[in-house]
Write a protein that binds this ligand. Structure first.
Ligand code: ADP
Ligand code: MG
Length: 247
């Protein structure tokens, strides 16, 4: 059975059809890029999948079950992880404490300050930090991290809930090229090791075609292409869209 089924999703804001009848299926472990110009509806589509917004029409199935009645928190618990275009962390806590909080939250618990002092989940937290390459920053305040490291921390926070689907909105935004590729290599390695499906948005064409096994193209809320990278790259409508953007 497919992991994610998006069926005829539609969401409008006033007169703007941000997501306009989008359908696709994502298999377990599939690594797909969602691309399209600014305003195409990518973030809105993520919001509809993770439950931050309700669709006007259509529905999303996860593991064959309709998500409609599930809150965002419940979707996270059931395996839908998300990172944001603008990273969200607790700035005054340490990097490790941020991950400890996420690990305990993923178990459905609430964390008190004494739990932090007692090093609850510190071992699991350190292991997660090692996975994303942040082990040397465990004791640093999250606020002190360089931009790229904040994105890594955000990835660790999303991974704490052991997602089966990871939605990543511009995971490499604002990064230099070398750092982008390094982070994407990390994401893909973790996803492959855990059979985690990843749907990510990304502006860099090199990153998209370097890492996605499948590319979905949104334009004005509609899916205009969906397929293997080389097929999508050769699509004349996609080429026109991107050439049009540069013009
Ligand atoms: P993308 O992530 O592809 O850049 P968005 O999903 O952010 O696109 O936006 C799609 C369209 O929906 C845009 O026209 C945007 O202005 C509009 N939009 C997105 N979110 C809202 C919102 N909360 N309220 C009103 N309009 C919105
Ligand atoms: Mg966006």
């Amino acid at each position: 059975m497919s992991l994610l089924q998006v069926q005829q999703l539609q969401r409008s804001f006033g007169g703007v059809r941000a997501v306009d009848g989008v359908s696709f299926i994502l298999a377990r472990g599939e690594i797909a890029a969602l691309i399209g110009p600014n305003g195409a509806g990518k973030s809105t589509l993520f919001n509809l999948i993770d439950g931050q917004m309700a669709p006007n029409q259509g529905r999303v199935l996860f593991d064959g079950e309709s998500l409609t009645a599930w809150s965002t928190a419940e979707r996270t618990r059931r395996g839908i992880g998300r990172t944001f275009q603008v990273a969200q962390t607790f700035a005054t806590l340490t990097v490790l404490q941020n991950v400890q909080l996420a690990l305990v939250a993923a178990e459905g618990g609430a964390l008190s300050i004494t739990d932090l002092l007692w090093d609850l989940r510190a071992e699991a937290g350190n292991a997660l930090l090692a996975h994303v390459g942040l082990q040397h920053h465990a004791a640093d305040a999250a606020a002190s991290l360089a931009y790229g490291d904040i994105k890594r921390l955000e990835l660790a926070l999303a991974l704490a809930a052991k997602p089966r689907l990871l939605l990543m909105d511009e995971p490499t935004a604002g990064m230099a090229a070398a750092e982008r590729f390094e982070l994407m290599r990390t994401i893909v390695a973790i996803a492959e090791a855990n059979n985690t499906a990843v749907l990510f948005t990304e502006h860099s064409v090199d990153v998209v075609f370097g890492f996605a096994r499948r590319v979905l193209v949104l334009s004005r809320g509609r899916l205009i292409a969906d397929g293997a990278p080389e097929v999508v790259r050769a699509d004349t409508e996609v080429q026109r869209l991107y050439l049009g953007e540069e013009a």
